[in-house]
Design a binder for this molecule. Structure first.
Ligand SMILES: O=C(O)[C@@H](CO)OP(=O)(O)O
Length: 325
């Protein structure tokens, strides 16, 4: 039932995302040499494919130094809005179901709450409910940039989705979809009603399947197994973008985000059992001095408190105010 994904598959997806994010962001000078060399190598080995953008081909010369954009970056986490199976109270896991009307409204509301917080790069799972959430939230952002999903399912998909104008590219935000951020695979519970399952197997058993760290549901992933892929992806692909000063939004799922929050907040396997995330609720972290500082949930675009979080966020908002005045 469960497909086991090889380590090689994970690695190739990671490197592919790395390459494309930097390529699209067109900020090669912000990328540390080691990583640029890695990206350069990827580009060179894929030489049969015309991966270089004819307008924005990155230089083949690797500079001797790089400059970080900033030593601080924002990280926003959003669990997707209510899905059709959340509404029906069904175990969903990796089943790809869309948002309900309420979920759409939650995503838009989340977008309003983060509309003054900078976003340079978006990561979503490969599931439509997370992608819808990210896209709908970004319709509310005051920067008015267009989120564009990067396609790496084939070389042709990469080539055919190139953007040929630097100006247009500057007005865009790359969106990277990664299966590693998908919901925890719920095994043989997928599609079952949560209440009926509790009646059948007992509340305690079902609670353990749903919230314990180590115990997997039948033929599914435990939170620990989910964390293994989601947190590795975060460390290998997202944290480095934050370290360069790129501001990141992640739209994902209850359990993939619980595992990432466990990592960010250094929660124990016991503490994470009581962590519950509401649908469509954005959570803000500041990454500075290689540390994550939790800033809670942005209240709303008109609430002063959220902008006082850091000087950098206040300056970003001021810039938006000036440009939109
Ligand atoms: O069904 C699911 O996939 C998840 C999230 O909705 O449910 P749970 O609350 O059990 O983590």
């Amino acid at each position: 039932m469960a497909t086991v994904v090889s380590h090689q598959a994970i690695t190739s997806q990671r490197t592919s995302s790395n390459f494309k994010a930097s390529h699209f962001l067109k900020e090669p000078l912000n990328v540390p040499i080691k990583l640029r060399q890695k990206r350069f190598k990827i580009q060179a080995t894929a030489s049969q494919a015309p991966l270089l953008d004819p307008v924005l081909s990155p230089s083949k010369t690797i500079p001797q130094s790089y400059k970080k954009k900033s030593n601080e970056a924002s990280l926003i986490l959003i669990r997707h809005g209510e899905s059709l199976w959340n509404e029906k109270n069904l175990f969903t896991g990796c089943v790809d179901v869309p948002l309900t009307e309420k979920g759409v409204a939650e995503a838009i509301q989340a977008g309003k709450r983060i509309s003054n917080i900078p976003v340079d790069l978006i990561f979503t799972s490969s599931l439509i409910r997370a992608q819808m959430t990210a896209m709908l939230a970004m319709t509310q952002h005051r920067c008015k940039k267009v989120p564009i999903i990067l396609h790496d399912e084939s070389e042709k998909a990469q080539t055919w989705s190139h953007v040929f104008s630097e100006e247009t590219r500057k007005q865009s935000i790359p969106v990277i979809a990664a299966w590693q951020l998908n919901e925890r695979m719920y095994g043989e519970l997928q599609g079952l009603n949560k209440e009926e399952t509790a009646e059948r197997y007992g509340t305690q058993q079902v609670h353990e399947w749903r919230r314990s760290y180590h115990i997997p549901p039948p033929k599914g992933e435990s939170l620990e197994m989910c964390a293994e892929r989601a947190v590795s992806y975060f460390e290998d692909n997202i944290q480095q973008e934050l370290a360069f000063g790129n501001n990141v939004l992640i739209a994902a799922h209850g359990n993939s985000l619980r595992s990432i929050i466990m990592y960010l907040d250094k929660l124990t396997s016991q503490e994470v059992t009581s962590l519950e995330l509401s649908t469509g609720l954005p959570l803000l972290y500041i990454f500075k001095d290689r540390k994550f500082m939790r800033r809670g949930s942005p209240v709303g675009p008109t609430e002063a408190g959220v902008y006082a979080y850091t000087k950098r966020l206040a300056q970003y908002r001021q810039k938006l105010d000036e440009s939109l005045a």
